[in-house]
Design a protein around this ligand. Structure first.
Ligand SMILES: C[S@@+](CC[C@H](N)C(=O)[O-])C[C@H]1O[C@@H](n2cnc3c(N)ncnc32)[C@H](O)[C@@H]1O
Length: 249
């Protein structure tokens, strides 16, 4: 059987062509871009620092940090996703170092970065708890980890209904269902947080990995900006709790 990481990579390679067109993935407006920068500016130093975007995908968050004049490295399993990121950075003239690699086993020396950020990655890691230790390893003392995630699927009947309706209507109106990279049930079984995780669980992961000053912030205001440009039939599924958790090394 194909290794889980290879399956994950292939799945994102397949969805890379349309990933940025999906609400909450591609940043949908300057207003949303500014809102992200504002969130980050309250957590990271104003002067240029070294930022690692783990599971950077098509580079949306990497570009926000580059806009803020930070030195950015992005790492992802999927060459397809990274090729989109590279094209966007080239267009903007940003020297972002995008490379293929595993966020659970980083190819960087200890204490190489001031900030490690992830958006929408933790849920798809087979060993997310261990990964946080790895992210702490590459942070300098006093560095920050930033985790942006949510509990997409709490397993309830109402959530299952919302997802099925949104997915069916997307297929009806757009010709095919492109709500997310499709993971098989076997893949999901290898992922302890396949449905996402609530903020308090993310905070517990951070504390267990040795981070201090751990806290989280609700991102409903950004969620509202994301849904502004979203077709009504997709909004049906976008009702989850969305947050940014952070900690200090
Ligand atoms: C939902 S996308 C998020 C992309 C990006 N962070 C964003 O906010 O748009 C998940 C990304 O994580 C990547 N990924 C999954 N497992 C990974 C791993 N073990 N190491 C590095 N990247 C991984 C996938 O290839 C995909 O690009």
């Amino acid at each position: 059987m194909q290794h889980i990481k290879d399956q994950i990579r292939d799945s994102w390679d397949r969805s890379s062509a349309y990933y940025d067109t999906r609400p909450s993935h591609g940043i949908s407006s300057d207003e949303e871009r500014y809102a992200w920068a504002l969130e980050f500016s309250s957590l990271v130093p104003e002067k240029a620092c070294d930022v690692l975007d783990v599971g950077c995908g098509t580079g949306e968050i990497s570009l926000v940090f580059a806009d803020m004049n930070h030195r950015v490295t992005g790492i992802d399993l999927s060459g397809g996703m990274l090729s989109k990121a590279v094209a966007k950075a080239q267009e903007k003239g940003y020297p972002i170092d995008f490379r293929t690699g595993d966020a659970e086993d980083l190819p960087f020396e200890d204490e190489s970065f001031d900030v490690v950020v992830e958006r929408h990655l933790l849920w798809t890691l087979p060993e997310g708890r261990r990964a946080l230790g790895e992210w702490r390893r590459v942070l300098r003392k006093g560095g920050r980890v930033i985790v942006i995630d949510g509990l997409w699927n709490d397993g309830s009947f109402s959530t299952r209904c919302r997802h099925s309706i949104a997915s069916g209507l997307t297929a009806l109106f757009e010709g095919q269902d492109r709500t997310e990279a499709a993971y098989t049930s076997d893949m999901n079984a290898s992922l302890p947080d396949a449905g996402g995780l609530p903020a308090d669980a993310a905070e517990a992961y951070l504390r267990d990995a040795g981070f201090t000053e751990v806290g989280s912030k609700d991102l409903s205001s950004i969620r509202r900006l994301q849904t502004k440009n979203m077709p009504w039939y997709q909004r049906i599924a976008y009702n989850w709790n969305y947050y940014l958790a952070s900690g200090k090394k």
